[in-house]
Design a protein around this ligand. Structure first.
Ligand code: FES
Length: 143
């Protein structure tokens, strides 16, 4: 009887993996229901980077008193780039700029409960674009 239960569980796990493409529940949700997608007019920080995979990520920041008031992204990339873009924006919104420096590839992957190994670079592209947008804000502030 226990064997039967084990087989059922194994089959269910396999089926779920097939359906979700090996994504965690959070990555699947963010990937298929992206948050903070779109552009912002006159952003205080902006960056656009095309990764080695050929996909482009854009990020827009609205910053007030050195705090991220609003943050959005656009991409022509895959489901996992949406998952990572959503993760970074959800993590950064409302945070002081200096805390956002910690939002790197591994923090994004941790927030998503991981991504399949061959998609981990999507989180790197998002982190690079985000940091570049923060730099763009910092340079603009100096002027
Ligand atoms: Fe290019 Fe995901 S495969 S960003």
């Amino acid at each position: 009887m226990a064997d039967e239960e084990e087989i059922k569980k194994e089959m269910l796990d396999l089926l779920m993996e097939k359906i979700t493409g090996g994504l965690s529940e959070k990555a699947y949700d963010y990937g298929y229901n992206p948050r903070n997608y779109g552009s912002l007019d006159s952003p205080d920080g902006y960056a656009k980077i095309t990764g080695p995979c050929g996909d482009t990520m854009e990020m827009f920041l609205k910053i007030n008193n050195d705090k991220i008031d609003d943050i959005t992204y656009t991409t022509d990339g895959c489901v996992t780039s949406h998952a990572a873009g959503t993760a970074a924006t959800v993590m950064a919104k409302g945070k002081p700029v200096r805390e956002c420096i910690k939002i790197n590839q591994s923090a994004i992957l941790e927030h998503l409960d991981g991504l399949p190994e061959d998609s981990e670079h999507c989180a790197l592209l998002v982190a690079k674009t985000f940091h570049s947008a923060l730099r763009n804000y910092a340079v603009g502030k100096k002027r």
